[in-house]
Design a protein around this ligand. Structure first.
Ligand code: F0G
Length: 346
């Protein structure tokens, strides 16, 4: 990713590039979603769950870890609802750095915890939420020789803006709407920066409207104030006080976009539609972008091109998948062809 977009990124010949060949993820047409909206709308999903650690965080982390290494860091730290910790762990370990990850006890999806452990992170699980974890790691990075790799580290957003570049490269222009889940509000800010830079460089003729979607129990940007006890089944975006609040507001205002809340039920409905009708398995937080689009379907301009960012892979959260698939295993069958055929309805 850094090689492909080197001209737009703060790297020099002296930067040791730590990469797992992230980025270049597919922009997949979603005809079933388009049909639900009608009016000749085109819908695509940017499936960033196909990155090396299964989320968009790899775009930011390849740059943040490369720059940390360039500056001589020996260790990095982040607070995380799971995906940042997986990406930080993978890239830090590949670069030979220690990775400390601080996570909210009991609120990280199983696949993400498994990743952090196997990649060799030092996992610190606190009795507290993401917002408290972020406050702590900011203080620790101020006091001790460890580099903060949350999205308050500017290299994270610089890397993540490449998602917008890829969308424009694939479509030949910016979309009319960019629908994106919002938690700590780094990614929406990064995409807006990317669309603007590409527009100014003459790669697109327009800018998209930025449509940010938060989980209803964790929607501080929608309500205009922080939330002390955020809740949602989409644990990746269970965040009450986003670090990039101002940047995200600017993205919304300048793009004439919107912030909306989607309920856990709407998220799960979108999650099931994506998997069972489009064949795309994302994690619950990612489906917030599609849930938001479906909620706003009456406002979509005729003929619009819409991109929904699917930030993480569905395999990250097997618990939600099994519990909320809306499907069930036919259990207790004997190894008998007639019995199977009967269950199959033949
Ligand atoms: N989708 C997924 C799958 C995420 O993991 C996150 C954030 C978001 C959306 C929201 O992005 O924070 O830039 O607004 N996950 C962070 C983490 C908080 O620790 O992995 P954002």
């Amino acid at each position: 990713m850094i090689e492909r977009y080197r001209d737009f990124l703060p790297v020099t010949a002296a930067t040791p590039v730590i990469t797992l060949l992230e980025g270049n993820t597919p922009l997949i047409p979603a005809p079933s979603l388009a049909a639900k909206i009608g009016r000749d709308v085109k819908v695509f999903v940017k499936y960033d769950g196909l990155n090396p650690t299964g989320s968009f965080k790899d775009r930011g982390m390849t740059l943040a870890i490369s720059k940390a290494k360039e500056a001589g860091a020996k260790a990095v730290i982040c607070a995380s609802t799971g995906n940042t910790s997986a990406a930080a762990a993978a890239y830090a370990r590949r670069g030979g750095l220690r990775a400390f990850v601080v996570v909210p006890d009991g609120y990280v999806a199983l696949g993400k915890l498994a990743q952090a452990l196997v990649y060799g992170a030092e996992v610190l699980s606190i009795q507290g939420n993401f917002d408290q974890a972020l406050e702590m790691v900011r203080l620790i990075a101020d006091r001790y020789p460890v580099t903060l790799v949350n999205s308050v580290n500017p290299y994270r957003l610089e890397g993540q803006k490449t998602g917008a570049f890829e969308v424009v490269d694939a479509l030949g222009d910016a979309p009319d709407w960019l629908c994106i889940p919002v938690g700590n509000a780094g990614n929406i800010s990064a995409y807006w920066m990317g669309f603007n830079q590409y527009y100014q460089a003459g790669h697109s003729r327009k800018l998209p409207q930025m449509m940010g979607f938060q989980a209803a129990g964790s929607a501080p940007l929608v309500h205009g104030q922080p939330i002390s006890n955020p809740e949602t089944l989409a644990t990746a975006i269970r965040i009450g006080n986003p670090a990039s609040w101002e940047l995200a507001m600017t993205a919304k205002t300048d793009s004439k976009g919107t912030f909306r809340a989607v309920t856990d039920e709407e998220i799960l409905e979108a999650y099931r539609i994506l998997a069972s009708e489009e064949g795309v398995f994302c994690e619950p937080a990612s489906a917030a972008s599609v849930a938001g689009l479906l909620q706003c379907r009456d406002q979509v301009p005729a003929g619009a091109t819409i991109v929904c960012v699917l930030t993480g892979n569905g395999l990250k959260d097997p618990d939600v998948a099994i519990k909320h698939s809306g499907n069930q295993i036919h259990t207790g069958l004997t190894a008998n062809v007639e019995e199977l055929a009967k269950v199959m309805g033949f």
